[in-house]
Design a protein around this ligand. Sequence first.
Ligand SMILES: Nc1nc2c(ncn2[C@@H]2O[C@H](COP(=O)(O)OP(=O)(O)OP(=O)(O)O)[C@@H](O)[C@H]2O)c(=O)[nH]1
Ligand SMILES: [Mg+2]
Length: 314
Amino acid sequence: MTDESKSKGWFSRLSDGLKKSTAKLTDGLTSIVTKRKLDDEMLQEIEDLLLSADVGYATSHRLVAALKKKRFQQDITVEEVKATLAEDLTAILKPLEHSLTFEDKPTVIFMVGVNGSGKTTTTGKLAAQWKAEGQNVRIVAADTFRAAAVEQLTVWADRANVPLEKGAANSDAAALVYSSYETSMSKNDDILIVDTAGRLHTKSTLMEELKKGVRVTQKLNEKAPHYTLLVLDANIGQNTIQQVKLFQEAVNVNGLIVTKLDGTAKAGIIIQLADAFKLPIHYLGIGESIEDLRAFNAEAFIENLLGLQSLVSR
Ligand SMILES: Nc1nc2c(ncn2[C@@H]2O[C@H](COP(=O)(O)OP(=O)(O)OP(=O)(O)O)[C@@H](O)[C@H]2O)c(=O)[nH]1
Ligand SMILES: [Mg+2]
């Protein structure tokens, strides 16, 4: 595959994944901005549209205020509105585009989040990507209570062709994490991914179990876990805000992954999350299969979201 066709595939899959969100915003903007002066009424309609797309009140208000400052009472086209929004969104999102680095061997990554957010699927996709890049990856099934959870991760380990650590049924998850980390060190792995059990942030015993898992890794290396990535289901929209707060209280969340963007018109939640927490956004999940995970790229995301085809096909 040529680089050009590869990058076209990359963009078209991302835009496919984001198409519900894109349709919502672009159709909305097209019907609001019909070549007329940018007045208060139009600004209010744009703000309402952003709000309905889960961009959040504070952020929507700021974006519209910036638009007002630049173009108030001037004739404006929908393309100009999009271009102005794209500029301001880039300022919010670009600083949060960080790739993960693997300086320590192994770099320990905890995948955390509520039930069903996409932790196991994302663990499998990442293991496959990194393995294909030549990294030695090991994964840990730290959900020792659900047999189905271990089976599901076993399927992903086979697909990705990486070793899997699992414990006896109902065994202590933290003990498994500890022994897996020791194994990973002795095997000279590059990356150890710990797929934790889904937990409701309101269940304090499970939150304690998660904290314990983190503490045991710190006994082996005070810098571990190097990454604690909170996996968020985009369908949940506004509720992701509360999830970030509660997981942050329990563990040192230092990055986000947003999944299931393909099934929702709520991709705007990424903008709200970015603005509210300033946490790096590492990956976007845009489907269930192994290749449906994209490293977060602010420009690609914004251009797709706003349907800025001219920029996308550059
Ligand atoms: N469409 C779509 N489905 C996804 C995506 N990511 C995960 N899923 C699906 O969401 C469901 C739950 O995903 P899991 O990976 O099992 O979620 P989990 O966080 O490990 O769940 P628990 O371990 O039960 O907490 C599965 O059916 C996945 O295939 C995505 O990006 N897009
Ligand atoms: Mg799981």
